[in-house]
Design a protein around this ligand. Structure first.
Ligand code: ADP
Ligand code: MG
Length: 380
């Protein structure tokens, strides 16, 4: 078992592309750590550098307390599962799974036994004598997983290992991976562009953008307290509502509606009092009502999408589009004029210029007195 530490890692490819820009992170012993970000943000590059398949331009990598920055892949004792599985097509499943042991010059009988043991745990026993070309995508994925596990490496590196599977198999494989990790507790770095996969699997998630880390934390923190507008926009199966608002001393104005703050007073607002801000709230925390209530804004329903047990409603608000997820029992129709409110205590606030999070608490107490409501127009 091993912890991983990456310090000031930068990678500039010979063509001038800066794939990693001063990345520092640490992964605990036994932790499942996800690297999440859009295509091209540098995830594969970081993983290949951890494996020793690519040299960094600068920075250091420590695995299990040992500086491995200059060590070749074989000296690092890591196992990598690639997106395309990279199984040897001319070898059987058993030979593929046993291959890392062959590299380490372990005798044939031990190799066969270990391959059967690990393969058996992944349901591969009836397939051990087939070649990769005779396997389905899901079976190939399990064979690649078994090959990584047979190696008895100290660190597992996964590069989008589920992305070639269809939706149902992907869910099954995700659960299998989570169960395997609970059993073996191997330190794992898992690359994905799929935020739901990262949130479901990882102990901690690092969100990457353009070669830099934008936020590192447990899934619930990333989901409920996005550290900046990039993360707020990237995480969530339906994107957060990003509403233009203005921060005042004791409340936030959204489309002329006042939402009371839990901690009034200029100083607690991080210097944001009197400034334009962005208020972010997830569609799941929005509510739609036929009657105006304090803290709700008028909006007209434009589109209604069936999500199965819930519906996604897109509305035109006074100065922005608003989305709300509503229960199947209360579905409005396009053209309906409603009032969009929210559990504002779930809202996040951002500086529109820097995109950084502002730490402001919204009151969770009783609804504000009518006197706080300031009419329909932003007084500007
Ligand atoms: P991700 O895995 O997040 O999609 P990559 O790490 O593959 O991203 O790539 C990061 C950036 O580096 C991209 O702009 C990509 O085009 C570039 N890149 C990756 N590999 C090379 C290479 N060998 N030479 C030049 N540029 C590369
Ligand atoms: Mg990649």
């Amino acid at each position: 078992m091993a912890s991983v530490s990456v310090e000031s890692l930068t990678k500039v490819f010979p063509n001038g592309v800066k794939a990693l820009d001063d990345v520092s992170l640490s992964v605990d012993d036994g932790e499942f750590f996800a690297l999440l970000g859009p295509s091209g943000c540098g995830k594969t590059t970081l993983l290949r550098i951890l494996a020793g398949l690519e040299p960094p331009s600068s920075g250091t990598i420590t695995i299990g307390g040992r500086n491995v920055t200059r060590l070749p892949p074989r000296g690092r004792n890591v196992a990598m599962v690639f997106q395309d599985y990279a199984l040897f097509p001319h070898m059987t499943v058993a030979e593929n799974v046993a291959y890392p042991l062959k590299v380490h010059r372990i005798d044939k009988a031990t190799r066969r036994r270990r391959a059967e043991e690990v393969g058996g745990g992944l349901g591969l026993t009836p397939l051990m004598d087939r070649r990769p070309g005779q396997l389905s995508g899901g079976q190939q994925q399990r064979a690649a997983l078994a090959r990584a596990m047979a190696a008895d490496a100290v660190l597992f590196l996964f590069d989008e290992p589920l992305s070639n599977l269809d939706a149902r198999l992907r869910m099954e494989a995700r659960t299998l991976l989570k169960r395997l990790h609970r059993e073996v507790r191997k330190t794992t770095v898992y690359v994905t562009h799929d935020q739901s996969e990262a949130l479901a699997l990882a102990d901690r998630v690092a969100v990457m953008d353009h070669g830099a880390l934008r936020q590192v934390g447990p899934p619930a923190e990333i989901f409920h307290h996005p550290g900046n507008l990039f993360v707020a926009g990237f995480i969530g199966s339906t994107p957060m509502n990003l509403l233009p608002a203005r921060m005042l001393d004791s409340h936030v104005l959204v489309a002329g509606e006042a939402i009371p703050l839990g901690t009034p007073g200029g100083e607690s607002l991080g210097g944001a009092a009197g400034r334009d801000i962005v208020l972010a709230v997830r569609p799941e925390y929005m509510t739609l009502a036929a009657e105006r209530t304090p803290g709700s804004v008028p909006a007209e329903v434009e589109v209604v999408e069936d999500l199965g047990t819930t519906y996604l409603v897109t509305l035109r608000g006074p100065d922005s589009t608003i989305q709300a997820v509503v229960p199947e029992t209360r579905v409005p129709k396009p053209g309906d004029r409603l009032f969009a409110g929210a559990d504002w205590s779930r809202a996040s606030f951002y500086d529109p210029d820097s995109g950084e999070r502002l730490e402001v608490a919204v009151s969770t107490g009783p609804t504000p007195p009518t006197a706080l409501r300031l009419g329909n127009k932003l007084s500007n």
